[in-house]
Design a protein around this ligand. Structure first.
Ligand SMILES: *Cc1c(COP(=O)(O)O)cnc(C)c1O
Length: 421
């Protein structure tokens, strides 16, 4: 049996209908923006391996730092104990986050970072004996796959089997020039019930790379502050350079009360989650009453190897070469978007920073399950490019180290697909 056959005997893959899925592609090695199959075939990773990889695969610098950490300390319980990598990481990250962020709480993936954020908000109010149990979120939001994170995400085919068990959330439209006034009055009318407002700043990734203006988000956040509704910026996807600035919140004037990170946090090396918050939120849990404690933690909270990977990734992220690469990708995307946006097969294009989304014209059939999605996916895979369309939307968000040649190859294959599909 080859690897794919052995896989199918024992493994259940995520987001995969195992009945009809083609065998998985065995990958045995990664280097820079590329992955290499068992058969030697090279693939350009145009989606950064589910949006996590920012400095390229098997990055030697991160590998070195992780190896050193592994030989020093691989894990230690984080209740009652601490270690240098966890402290240094919190110090260094808090120094570059919006300056109201004061405390770091570690977990181990994006969904858990969101769960922690939600619990912080709900308990912030209950610790002060104040009402506020309802959460405000955007329609079509995606905040993760655990139950709390699923509850604050838009209801969809993915949540259908669980909808009756998800807690009730107030969903609002993305803000724009026309509806901002109504959204603000709506928040005011609900304010005493609202615990917090959670959002993906600037880009709703899973919804199909839906983008909206910083200006209106800023206005909503400022309004929430006036109405004493806490704000949670879920930067699990947008964090670490994706939007062209270090964090999507760097495009805003209003600072969120809580921020969530995962994906790019370790450069795509280790599963890791981080929730940061203001001093005021932290202070609301300080008490001689033990019931006011934040009772949350995971076995692998603040895992030293994950912290070391995040520290190494941060070193690379703060290097000028990475900023240059991000600017180079942003400019290349802009140029390519200009070139193709009027193509008759293209319905829409949009870009925020290093994220470029291209929406294919489909006539009526726009569902995620449309056959176009599979056609596009396999077309690019055959051509040696990993793109994972969301329905009829393809998007490029490469590791920042991608070369111009690799980027141009992706663009060329998209142009070919526009002619051939
Ligand atoms: C991916 C994602 C999550 C969930 O992260 P996981 O590590 O997959 O659990 C949460 N929020 C946003 C915005 C995401 O893109």
């Amino acid at each position: 049996m080859n690897l794919a056959e052995r896989d199918l005997k024992v493994i259940w893959h995520p987001y995969t209908q195992m009945q009809t899925a083609k065998p998985p592609v065995p990958i045995v090695r990664g280097e820079g923006a590329c992955l290499y199959g068992e058969d030697g075939k090279k693939y350009i990773d145009a989606v950064s391996s589910w949006w996590v990889n920012i400095h390229g695969h098997a990055n030697p610098y991160i590998a070195q730092k992780v190896a050193e950490q592994l030989l020093q300390l691989e894990h230690v319980i984080f209740a009652g104990f601490t270690h240098p990598a966890a402290v240094e990481l919190a110090e260094r990250l808090l120094a570059i986050l919006p300056d109201n962020q004061a405390k770091a709480f570690y977990s181990d993936n994006g969904s858990t970072a969101v769960e922690v954020a939600i619990k912080m908000c709900l308990q912030y109010w209950s610790n002060q004996d104040k009402p506020g149990t309802k959460i405000l979120a955007f329609k079509n939001a995606y905040h993760g796959d655990t139950f709390g994170a699923m509850s604050v995400s838009g209801r969809s085919a993915f949540t259908a089997a669980f909808d009756s068990l998800l807690f009730e959330v107030e969903f609002i439209d993305l803000p724009n020039e026309d509806n901002i006034g109504n959204l603000k009055s709506h928040i005011s009318s609900l304010k005493s019930d609202l615990a917090c407002f959670i959002f993906e700043p600037l880009v709703q990734g899973s919804a199909g790379m839906i983008m909206y203006e910083a200006k209106y988000l800023d206005e909503l956040m400022a309004h929430c502050r006036e109405e004493e509704v806490l704000t949670i910026a879920d930067e699990v996807f947008t964090g670490f350079g994706r939007t062209g600035k270090s964090f999507a919140c760097d495009h805003l004037n209003t600072q969120p009360d809580i921020m969530c990170f995962s994906k790019g946090l370790t450069g795509g090396t280790m599963a890791f989650g981080l929730t940061t918050c203001t001093q005021a939120i932290y202070d609301a849990f300080l008490s001689y009453d033990k019931l006011k404690t934040l009772f949350h933690g995971h076995s692998y909270t603040a895992n030293p190897v994950a912290c070391a990977a995040a520290l190494a990734s941060l070193d690379l992220f703060l290097d000028n070469a990475t900023a240059d690469n991000i600017n180079r990708i942003v400019a290349a995307h802009t140029k390519f978007e200009e070139k193709i946006k009027h193509h008759p097969k293209i319905k829409a294009t949009r870009q925020t920073g290093t994220i470029l989304a291209i929406e294919w014209e489909t006539g009526d059939n726009t569902s995620y399950f449309s056959s176009l999605r599979d056609k596009l996916y396999h077309y690019f895979l055959d051509a040696g490019v990993i793109l994972r369309p969301l329905g009829n939307i393809i998007y490029i968000l490469p590791p920042y180290c991608i070369s111009n040649d690799e980027l141009n190859y992706i663009y060329r294959k998209i142009e070919d697909a526009l002619e051939e599909i």
